[in-house]
Design a protein around this ligand. Sequence first.
Ligand code: AMP
Length: 304
Amino acid sequence: MKILVVGSVAYDAVETPAGKRESQLGGSASYFSVSASYFTKVGLIGVIGNDFDSADRAMYESHGIDTSGLIEANGKTFRWSGEYLDDINTAVTLDTQLNVFGDFEPELAEAHASAPYLFLANIDPALQLKVLNAMKSRPKMVANDTMNLWIDIAKPALEELISKVDTLLINEDEAKQLTGEEHLPDAAKAIISMGPNSTVIKRGEYGATLFGRDFSFAAPAYPLKKVIDPTGAGDSFAGGFMGYLASIDKVDEESLRTAAIVGSTMASFAVEDFGLDRIKSLTKSDIDERFNAFVNLTRFNPLT
Ligand code: AMP
């Protein structure tokens, strides 16, 4: 197993200008693992309730995802409800029910604990830390995501975690909230001073900017005609970003730049339909074609 991911596995209720879904499979770990599965072998650590549909577990497995760390507990699966009616780039959380995540104790089998790439997807930072501490040795690369809720209610644990990761992926508003900085480069600099070597600041339809210690790189969002459901765009970005790095087993400036475009490619698919509907049914040529469209979108000649 190349990448281990811990994060939420959820049933989401979502409303966007394109329509409404009452209970669709989601969660940060679902989007991440399905997206990364197109590039490398992924293991998923999480918890589901007795209400979890076996067809959803089968969907992960059809992507070659190792679900031996997806534990069923007594109770209901995590539920999140949100809408994007005022601003398609910003989720407004209407309700969060941790349910079985409330007292989840992650346990890592040998194969999980020795994964060389670790993604700590958005979930309580205490759980992210537990999984990081349970690794047999420091993975080659550790990255994490988070959200405003954890900045509000669990900042000390989140800061401890950020001090230990290589890359933080975070939304623009949350980067500003976390650091107290108003401008993107200042927020990125503040994040890097907390520990990571790089940070990806996600900006919805305006793309994402990757900041390293001495470089930055702008990845646009693909100019889609219609965004149906932005849920999971960030996690799908992370899945492409880290899935690509794990597949080439290299983390340097050049590979991080390419990884940011692979991330944008996967995020662009995620938003084309509700939930995982588009991203779960991609072919290699869909991905190659969209990636090449990005090459064209960003190609220009130097001034002569
Ligand atoms: P994003 O990629 O940021 O759009 O992530 C969307 C996913 O995050 C949804 O499928 C939700 O189930 C999940 N989510 C929302 N709130 C939380 C939370 N507090 N902890 C963990 N996952 C969450």
